[in-house]
Design a protein around this ligand. Structure first.
Ligand code: NAI
Ligand code: AKG
Length: 525
């Protein structure tokens, strides 16, 4: 029986034809409700979606035969990747398909705001001829601030330069050389960049550091008369606040393509004449649709045939036997990346990843990519080969390398990362395969880190653990794990403490006053 593929959103006929030509049965069923989709998904081996289908845990669990979910586009925030990973379902996307379209639509909005094209058009259609009312502003010589200089941000920068704009960018993870080669000046100080910009365009993924990045405080710091465009994701900003500033004309005009709870029929921007709003159409062009349809057809086919899926976002997509060994280490690799960048307080420049024991002979790409995601706080970095991972890292100023060794100490397998001068290693343990730290900064430990932890190093002396416990206890913070390790020469000690909630700056200050600390790191995973 041929494999069955369900397509729930419009993809290019070229993509559908490619799947049918391979002998699959392809059903296109648009506008299904969540409950109908859940009722029928059990019949299908693969599902192809764009951004509107909610591929949550319940749907994935109902997909008893589901092997692949293909996203005909880039961002997979409508798909529960973690649940798919747990269920061994491959999730893949078409990451390069719509960059140009998204950049061009961003410019459509920038120009529409600057020259008031939609308003002038509407006025003409109403039988008017009001030239003065539609006086605009030029882009030439103006300053554009880009937030996020990745794939789409970079393409917008190239186009902005052609308009004679001065282009600035806020992107702490961007390699300065990439910025220079795009003719962009990096300014990684929010206040400084906000006050310089005549135009602002946002191209950020949603992460804990970008969510709600723009609210009343940030809008207030912008120049009066700024033009603000968001074609990235709605969670980046506070829409009510944006509407207030647009209504007050502090922001002269805004262009917005993405909304909470799409389809969105009403929002605070809908009634504002100087808000240009579009229904999530940045990627909606003939060309991007053909590219994403054809690319996703190829990757879904690879997944169904059990081949390597080049754009797999789940460890499962790395094919067969290898993934069974690699998959449990993906969270550990990500954790190591996050810990290292928090301990350093910045992105390290030289990173060496070592795959140890059973992992030594396997393709390291998935784990190196996961380390990079942790280091750069990005979601779903797209690297299907080590070469791509190295190039991606290079774009962010990181020189990354990977090696293998049969030796993994007392464990069957592990990963070690050395980032500049910081070394941490990890293994996974138990039926749940929880990541554990096995050594950190030359100290041997064995801790499964929780969401919040503290790492102390100090000249060894009695009573320090008591002080740590007392200070935390005084502030009502629970300790769930405390582990002590001594340096080889016995003069120094390291204490790793898992705590119940985030520790404030004031408490950190208190520790510095009470203990002769070499250092104290606060980690949030
Ligand atoms: N409206 C639409 O139809 C489309 C929307 N998008 C959205 O556009 C956004 C950008 O997409 P891509 O360029 O492909 O992503 P990307 O991953 O290539 O680039 C994102 C950039 O943001 C930077 N970044 C991450 N955290 C940051 C932070 N805290 N502060 C400053 N910079 C930070 C990264 O270093 C990276 O350079 C995404 O949200 C994507 O979902 C993309 C395509 C179409
Ligand atoms: O048109 C679509 O499929 C949405 C594209 C999008 O938002 C993305 O790829 O991030």
């Amino acid at each position: 029986m041929p494999a069955k593929i369900l397509v729930t959103e419009v993809i290019a006929p070229e993509g559908l034809a490619a799947l049918e030509a391979r002998g699959y049965e392809v059903d296109v069923k648009l506008n299904l409700s969540d409950s109908t989709l859940r009722a029928i998904i059990g019949d299908y081996d693969a599902l192809i979606v764009r951004s509107a289908t909610n591929v949550d845990k319940a749907l994935l669990e109902a997909g008893k035969n589901l092997k692949v979910v293909g996203r005909a586009g880039v961002t997979c925030d409508n798909i529960d990747i973690e649940a798919a990973n747990a269920l061994d379902i491959i999730v893949c996307n078409a990451p390069t398909s719509n960059i140009v379209s998204a950049a061009e639509h961003t410019f459509a909005l920038i120009l529409a705001c600057a020259r008031r094209v939609p308003q002038a058009n509407q006025s003409m259609h109403a039988g008017n001829w009001n030239r003065e009312q539609f006086k605009g502003v030029e882009l030439y010589g103006k300053t554009l601030a880009l937030f996020g200089l990745g794939r789409v941000g970079g393409a917008v920068a190239e186009r902005a330069t052609a308009f004679g704009m001065r282009v600035l960018a806020y992107d702490p993870y961007c390699n300065p050389e990439r910025a220079t080669s795009l003719g962009v000046k990096l300014i990684n100080d929010l206040d400084v960049i906000l006050e310089q910009a005549d135009f602002i365009s946002v191209h950020l993924p949603v992460t804990s550091t970008t969510e709600n990045m723009f609210g009343p405080e940030e809008f207030a710091k912008m120049k009066t008369g700024v033009i603000f465009v968001n074609t990235s994701r709605p969670a980046i900003l506070d829409l009510n606040s944006l509407a207030d500033f647009v209504a007050a004309r502090k922001i002269a005009s805004c262009g917005v393509d993405v909304f909470d709870d799409e389809p969105c029929y009403n929002s605070p921007l809908h009634s504002l004449p100087n808000a240009i709003i579009t229904p999530h159409i940045s990627a909606l062009t003939e060309e991007a649709q053909v590219r994403s349809g054809v690319q996703i057809a190829d990757y879904v086919w690879a997944g169904l045939e059990g081949s390597l899926v080049p754009t797999a976002l789940t460890a499962t997509g790395s094919a067969g036997e290898m993934s069974r060994h690699i998959a449990p280490f993906v969270p550990a690799a990500n954790m190591l990346g996050r810990m290292v960048s928090q301990i350093k307080g910045s992105v390290p420049r030289i990173v060496k990843v070592k795959m140890m024991g059973n992992l030594a002979e396997l393709d390291p790409t998935v784990l190196v990519t996961s380390v990079l995601e942790g280091l750069l706080s990005s979601n779903y970095t797209q690297c299907s080969t080590m070469l791509e991972a190295k190039r991606y890292a290079e774009r962010h100023g990181v020189d990354i390398d990977c090696s293998g060794t049969d030796v993994a100490g007392e464990y069957a397998a592990g990963i070690e990362i050395v980032a500049d001068d910081i070394c941490i290693s990890s293994t996974v343990f138990g039926s749940e395969k929880l990541p554990r730290i096995t050594s950190i900064l030359d100290y041997k430990i064995d801790v499964a880190p929780t969401k919040h932890s503290l790492i102390f190093e100090y000249e060894d002396m009695p009573g320090v653990c008591g002080i740590i416990g007392t200070v935390l206890g005084n502030h009502g913070i629970n300790i769930s794990t405390m582990q002590i390790a001594n340096s080889d020469d016995g003069t120094k000690a390291l204490v790793y403490v898992n705590v119940g909630k985030e520790v404030s700056d004031e408490i950190i200050e208190e520790f510095h006053e009470a203990i002769n600390l070499k250092y104290l790191f606060r980690i949030s995973l």
